[in-house]
Every structure is written in C-alpha cells, then in structure tokens.
Design a protein around this ligand. Structure first.
Ligand code: AMP
Ligand code: MG
Length: 421
C-alpha cells in the first residue's frame, strides 16, 4: 500500500491560522486508496469517489426528439400569416420512431421524447392545434425549431461528464447512467478506526457508575465518518493507562489508513495518547488559533495516519468537521474538500479576541420579509454542551481579524448538512 509522505504532519512551531493549518494538511495529504480500485454498479456508488474520469461514448439525447406531445412538421410548410392545414402521415412515440421521410405538407403525430422524423424540424403542441375529420390546422407564428430537443444538447460524445475525484451524489449517478455506464471505477473505501479515551467514559445502555459520563464522541465521529463514505471501525474506549492506549493504537494501525481518537491529548497526568503515539511513531501538536479546540494532534503510526481530537464533544465535532474531514476526503481521493460557507445575517451581538477563528452554534431563522436568514446563537456555547450541536443548523464561522459582530451584520455560516456527508 502507499505510505503517507514521511514528513506528513511535521512539526509546525508557531501558532497557526486555520488557513495555514488547512494548507499544510492539504499539501501533505496523500491518496492512500489507489492501491485497489473497485468496479461497482451505479447502485453501489453513492458517496463513493471516482478513480477515473467518466467519458461519454455518445451524444445525449442520442437523437433529436420532441419536448412535448404534438405534431412534428417542416417549418417551411407553414404560412407566415394564416392557419395551415396538414394531413397526418404517421406516428412517432417514445421508443417507437416513425421511420419514413416526412412528405411535404404533412405532419407526424409525436409524443414527448419520441424521435423527430427525418426532415421535420419543428413541433406544434397538441393544445395549440385544431383537428377536424383527421385534418390538422396549425395557427401561424410558430418559431423554427420550436419544441425540438437537439441531439447531444445535454452531453456531447467524448465529453468528460464526471471527473476523477468526484464524490458521487444521486444526480452524478444519473448522469453516468445517461451516458450508458453501468459500472464505475471507484477508489476502495478509506479504513478509519475511532477510539474514545478516558476512564470516566461508559457505554450508553449500561448503568452509569459514580463519576462517569456516557461516551458521546464516538457516536458523533462514527456517524460523520460513515457519512463521508469511509469504512469505519468502532474501536471502543481506551482507558487512561499508557500500556493499554499503546497496545490499542499499535494493533489498530495495522489494518486502518487513519486512526482517530478523542480526549486524552492535553498534558494532564491522565492524558496518555501523546506518549503512546510518540512511542509508536511520530506525533506533532499543531497549535491552531481556534475556539473551541485545544491543540490538534496529528501523527503517524506505521502506515496509518493519526488524528487526536479534543475530548469535549463540541470541540471534537468542530475540529473533526474543519480539519479531519478534509483529511479523510483527501486520503480517500476526493478533490473537493472544503465546505461551502453561506452568508447570513447575525441575529446577535458578539465580541471576541483578535487572532483566532471561532465557531458558534446557531439556528437559522427564515425572515418573513424575504431578507437573508438570521443566525440565532444557542446559549450556552460551552464546548461540553452537546445540545448546542443539536438545537441548531450549523456553525457561524468568525474570522481571525474580527473582534466584534453587531446584529444585522453578514457572517459566514456552515450548515451541518453540508459537512455531515
Ligand atoms: P480530555 O481531553 O480527555 O481531558 O477530555 C476533556 C473533556 O471531554 C472531559 O470533560 C471529558 O470527560 C470529556 N470527554 C472526553 N471524551 C469524551 C467522550 N467520548 N464523550 C463525552 N465526553 C468526553
Ligand atoms: Mg480524558
């Protein structure tokens, strides 16, 4: 298999901005899934990443055809200023073309999607004509080419309709089908393993011991990674014991491309992830100027990349969405890694320190007067408040230079729906 670049995630000493961190991350991200391509039917392609361009072997539509139910005729047979009568020569229905040449002064009954008869160039809608005793009368004023779809107006033969690196959506699968591809060449799935860390964590569904909390992060991360089309392993909870953390990571590194942990990466006595990753490979702390989120731990254990996320659930999810998500997509072969941010109006006043990027959880309220939707902050905004992720639509992202926001001002908004898949 392809190894990640050896200098992957090398130490960066200074406080980094989010943009710098993302740029370094992108520069050092290597596609690791090209060692095995899979040829799969379209029905199994959703969310997967194309390993080869999809090129059309034909024009779509393959023949000129009618956009409406009506009558196909020659435009030159129409009188410019009075109704014209036509005899009906035959019928062209979808899948049942009329195969003879169109005779002068005649029309062919035609239906939506049916092939245009040779020499017909225009279709009159059935609602616009009169039929008396089998004679068709067409009013004047029809434009040349009306209601006709051209051969190849959607896709031209030889066109690249989907590019390598595209993560397949429903409509992409439809386009691939329209050009006749029954199977697609896809990168294999990225294998991602997820651990939680901490002696205080208990499995939901079990009795909660005194002093414990239920493990929430693992469910968030497993679901987010599944949404990205990766193959995710639930590797459970690592206790706060150096030997157990090391053994767990060591074993998992052998059959995953990327390991993700949450918690245990501060410098407290019970934070054993750092020591374990350093003993097994390399670990670098990136001091990224962000809130929420503590240092992001990035490293390498054997052939597996490693990302240590903060323990607090909000910080874990925000750091995942902004940093681990593009890494996962990039390692898996995707080209489009960045979320689309939308401009919305703040419905709040806010002050912050300069020099760091902040993410606030907010609900979007549509405005009855049709002005831009307004972002309403959830309170409280603490990085342990899981409800702040749930009662909201996404994250307001506030740039490093901004120190104050006043209600009504435009802000960037990242909807959860945009990045959860
Ligand atoms: P740590 O980084 O390990 O010191 O954890 C920081 C905070 O996040 C502590 O309050 C932990 O209890 C909490 N935390 C860590 N991991 C999880 C988890 N998987 N689910 C819920 N809370 C967690
Ligand atoms: Mg901990």
């Amino acid at each position: 298999m392809n190894k990640l670049a050896d200098d992957c995630f090398n130490q960066v000493e200074d406080l980094m901005s989010t943009a710098e961190a993302l740029a370094v991350l992108r520069e050092r991200t290597v596609i690791v899934t090209q060692d095995r391509l899979e040829s799969l039917p379209l029905s199994q392609g959703l969310g997967r990443i194309l390993a080869k361009d999809v090129i059309s072997g034909l024009d779509v539509p393959p023949h000129a055809n009618s956009a409406v139910d009506g009558y196909a005729l020659r435009h030159q047979d129409l009188s410019p200023d009075k109704p014209t009568d036509f005899a009906i020569q035959g019928r062209s229905a979808a899948g049942h073309p009329f195969e003879q040449p169109l005779e002068p002064g005649k029309a062919v009954r035609i239906f939506t999607g049916a092939v245009m008869p040779a020499d017909a160039d225009t279709v009159v809608m059935q609602e616009d004509v009169d039929i008396v005793d089998g004679k068709l009368t067409v009013p004047p004023g029809l434009k040349l080419g009306a209601n006709r779809r051209h051969q190849g107006e959607d896709t031209k033969q030889g066109a690249t309709v989907l590019a390598k690196g595209q993560r397949l959506r429903a409509q992409d699968l439809g386009l691939a089908a329209s050009v006749g591809h029954g199977k697609l060449a896809l990168y294999r799935r990225l294998r991602v393993g997820v651990f939680s860390t901490g002696d205080e964590l208990a499995e939901p569904g079990t009795t909660l011991p005194m002093g414990a909390v239920y493990d929430a992060n693992r469910q968030i991360l497993l679901a987010l990674i599944t949404g990205l089309g990766a193959e995710v392993s639930d590797l459970g909870i690592l206790p706060d014991r150096a030997d157990r953390v090391q053994a767990g990571l060591d074993a998992a590194a052998k059959n995953h491309d990327l390991l993700l942990t949450s918690g245990g990466v501060s410098v407290g006595d019970e934070d054993h992830v750092r020591g374990a990753v350093e003993a097994l490979g390399h670990l670098n702390f990136w001091r990224v100027a962000i809130k929420p989120g503590r240092p992001l731990a990035l490293g390498q254990i054997g052939d597996a990349a490693f990302v240590g996320l903060p323990g607090n659930p909000v910080a874990a999810m925000v750091c995942f969405l902004r940093f681990a998500r593009p890494l996962i997509l990039g390692m898996a072969g995707a080209v489009d890694l960045d979320p689309v941010l939308y401009r919305v109006a703040a419905d709040f006043d806010f002050e912050k320190k300069a020099g760091r990027r902040e993410w606030l959880r907010a609900r979007l309220d549509r405005q009855p007067d049709g002005t831009a939707p307004r972002a309403v902050l959830f309170r409280p905004q603490g990085s342990g408040i899981i409800n702040s992720l749930v009662q909201t639509h996404g994250l307001v992202e506030i740039g490093e230079d901004v120190t104050e926001i006043r209600a009504g001002q435009a802000v960037d908004f990242m909807p959860f729906d945009e990045v959860a898949s």
